[in-house]
Design a protein around this ligand. Structure first.
Ligand code: SF4
Length: 489
C-alpha cells in the first residue's frame, strides 16, 4: 500500500577513528559491537526517517571489512549478535527506502566488493540519471551485476579505472556518471565522503573527540553528542585516514542544485541541511504562506508531524491561534488488518485522529507541506469536516508538485501527480476544501534565502538541470504514453 507521501531513498553515515576510549570500562550494553559499529547504529537510528525498508553497516579493523545488513528498521536489523561481528574503529551505514517491487535484501547497502583496487564498501544517497545506460554498456563489456541498484554502476566503474590510486579511480568513475550522489565509501584503511558536483543531496562532516563522522543530516551528530564541523562541498571528496583529513576536488564545478524539498519536507526539522536550520526554513514557509494566502479563520491546524513548523509560522504571521486539531499515532506498524471493511478512510484514521472538541464549529486553516496524488489530503479534509469544522481552508507550504524527481526522491509518475493534471481550482474541488492556497516558487526560494538560485526546484517547474532527464521529460511531454526513465535504487 502506498501512503501518498514522497519518500527519500536513503540516509548514510560514516565513522573513522572510533577506537574504544582508553581506560573506559565496557558496559554490558557495549557487548554489542565495536564503538564504531555502535555509533553507526545510533547514527542510522537518527536517520531512520530517510528510509525504512533496509539497513546495513560495514565496519573495518584495518585488516578486513565486516558487513551486517537486513530488511526492516534499524532496531530490527541489528541485534547484539549482528553488531558484535562488526569490529574495528571505522564503519559506514545506510538506511534505505526502496521503490515498489524492489524490496529485496540484494539491494540493501552498503555494497561490498573485492576488486583490483582492494576490498571496499559503498553506501549511496541519491539517484544516478545515466545508470541504465552505463549498466548496458558495462554488461556488454562483461561486467556481472549482483544488484539492480544504480549504485553498483559506480563500483564497476571504480574497478575498471586505470588510475593508480583509489581516489583517482573514484574520481574517474564519478566523472562518468550523472545525477545525485552523496556517498560514503570504506576501505580497510580509509573513509571517503563524497558529494556530486551539483550537491543535490546533503552530507555533513562532524567530530566527536578524535572520531570523524559524516552523516546525511546533523540530527545524527546530536544523538551521538558530536559537533557539526561543515558541509561536504559539492564536487568534494573528503578522504579520512591515519594521515588525517584531506579534501580532493574530483570534478569541475557545476551550478549547485541543493534539493529544496529537503527543507520543505524530508529532512528532520532539528537538522542543519546544506548548512541551514530546517526548522527555520519551515516556519518561514508558513509565514510567507500566510502573507500570500490569508484566510478568515478561527484556528490553524497542522497535518502532523511534518506540517507542524509551517503551521506555527502561519499562526504567528496571521495571529490566528495554533491548535493541534489532528493527533498522529506514532506507533503504527507496517502491516495491519482492517477490522471492518466499510470503515471509511481506515488507513488515514489509523495514522491521524481529529480532536473534535477543538474543531467543532471552527473555521480551520489546515496546513500541510505537500499534496502528491491528493487522495490522502482529500481524506484528511473530510475527516476534519466530519469532526465538526465549519470551513476548511487548505494551505500548502510549497508550490504545486507538477513533475517527478529523478534525483533520489521516490515520486509517482507525472500522470499520478494531481498538480500535473489539474488546476488549483480543480484540486480544491477534488479535496472538497473551501479554499486552497499553495506557496509561490518565489516565496519558497525566499524562505531558504536562495538569492543565488543554488537550489533545485525541478519538481515544481518540470525543468531539470541534467541533460538526459531534461531530454526524457521533454520526450514524455510530447508522447505522454512513452516509457518513463528507469529509476533504480
Ligand atoms: S526534483 Fe524536487 S525532490 Fe528532486 S532534487 Fe529537485 S527539488 Fe528535490
Amino acid at each position: 500500500m502506498h501512503d501518498d507521501r514522497f519518500h527519500d531513498h536513503c540516509g548514510v553515515v560514516g565513522l573513522y577513528g572510533a577506537a574504544e576510549e582508553l581506560g573506559r570500562a565496557r558496559r554490558a550494553s557495549d557487548a554489542a559491537g565495536s564503538r564504531a559499529a555502535r555509533l553507526a547504529y545510533l547514527g542510522l537510528y537518527a536517520l531512520q526517517h530517510r528510509g525504512q525498508e533496509s539497513a546495513g553497516i560495514v565496519s573495518s579493523d584495518g585488516l578486513d571489512l565486516y558487513a551486517g545488513k537486513g530488511m526492516g528498521l534499524v532496531e530490527e536489523v541489528f541485534s547484539a549478535e549482528v553488531l558484535a561481528r562488526l569490529v574495528g574503529d571505522a564503519a559506514i551505514g545506510h538506511t534505505r527506502y526502496s521503490t515498489a517491487g524492489d524490496t529485496s535484501l540484494t539491494n540493501a547497502q552498503p555494497i561490498v566488493i573485492d576488486c583490483n583496487k582492494g576490498k571496499l564498501a559503498l553506501a549511496h544517497n541519491g539517484n544516478l540519471t545515466n545508470a541504465a545506460e552505463w549498466r548496458r554498456k558495462l554488461e556488454h563489456r562483461g561486467s556481472i551485476f549482483q544488484t539492480t541498484s544504480d549504485t553498483e554502476v559506480i563500483v564497476h566503474l571504480i574497478a575498471r579505472s586505470a588510475a593508480r590510486n583509489l581516489s583517482g579511480a573514484i574520481g574517474d568513475a564519478l566523472n562518468q556518471v550523472e545525477g545525485a550522489y552523496s556517498l560514503v565509501l570504506l576501505t580497510r584503511e580509509e573513509l571517503y565522503a563524497i558529494r556530486d558536483p551539483r550537491g543535490f543531496r546533503p552530507l555533513a562532516l562532524g567530530k566527536l573527540g578524535g572520531t570523524w563522522i559524516v552523516a546525511s543530516e546533523t540530527c545524527a551528530f546530536d544523538l551521538l553528542g558530536a559537533e557539526y564541523v561543515r558541509e561536504v562541498e559539492p564536487g568534494e571528496m573528503v578522504r579520512i585516514s591515519r594521515a588525517g583529513v584531506e579534501s580532493i576536488r574530483f570534478a569541475p564545478p557545476k551550478p549547485h542544485q541543493y534539493c529544496i524539498f529537503e527543507h520543505v519536507y524530508f529532512a528532520r526539522p532539528d537538522s542543519l541541511v546544506f548548512g541551514r536550520p530546517v526548522n527555520q526554513s519551515r516556519e518561514q514557509l508558513g509565514r510567507l504562506l500566510a502573507e500570500e494566502h490569508p484566510a478568515d479563520a478561527d484556528i490553524v491546524v497542522p497535518v502532523p508531524d511534518s506540517g507542524v513548523p509551517a503551521a506555527i509560522g502561519y499562526a504567528h504571521e496571521s495571529h490566528i491561534p495554533f491548535c493541534m486539531g489532528l493527533i498522529r499515532n506514532h506507533y503504527i506498524g507496517r502491516t495491519f488488518i482492517e477490522p471492518v471493511q466499510d470503515i471509511r478512510d481506515f488507513g488515514v484514521r489509523l495514522k491521524l485522529n481529529p480532536v473534535r472538541g477543538l474543531l467543532e464549529g471552527k473555521r480551520v486553516v489546515l496546513v500541510d507541506d505537500s499534496i502528491v496524488r491528493g487522495t490522502t489530503s482529500r481524506k484528511i479534509v473530510r475527516m476534519v469536516r466530519e469532526a465538526g469544522a465549519r470551513e476548511v481552508h487548505m494551505r500548502i507550504s510549497c508550490p504545486p508538485t507538477v513533475s517527478p524527481c529523478y534525483y533520489g526522491i521516490d515520486t509517482p509518475t507525472r500522470e499520478e501527480l494531481i498538480a500535473a493534471v489539474k488546476t488549483v481550482e480543480g484540486i480544491r474541488e477534488f479535496l472538497g476544501a473551501d479554499s486552497l492556497g499553495y506557496l509561490s516558487l518565489a516565496s519558497l526560494r525566499r524562505a531558504v534565502e536562495d538569492t543565488e538560485k543554488r537550489f533545485c526546484t525541478s519538481c515544481y517547474t518540470g525543468v531539470y538541470p541534467t541533460e538526459l532527464v531534461q531530454l526524457e521529460v521533454a520526450r514524455q511531454q510530447t508522447e505522454p504514453r512513452a516509457a518513463v526513465v528507469t529509476r533504480e535504487g
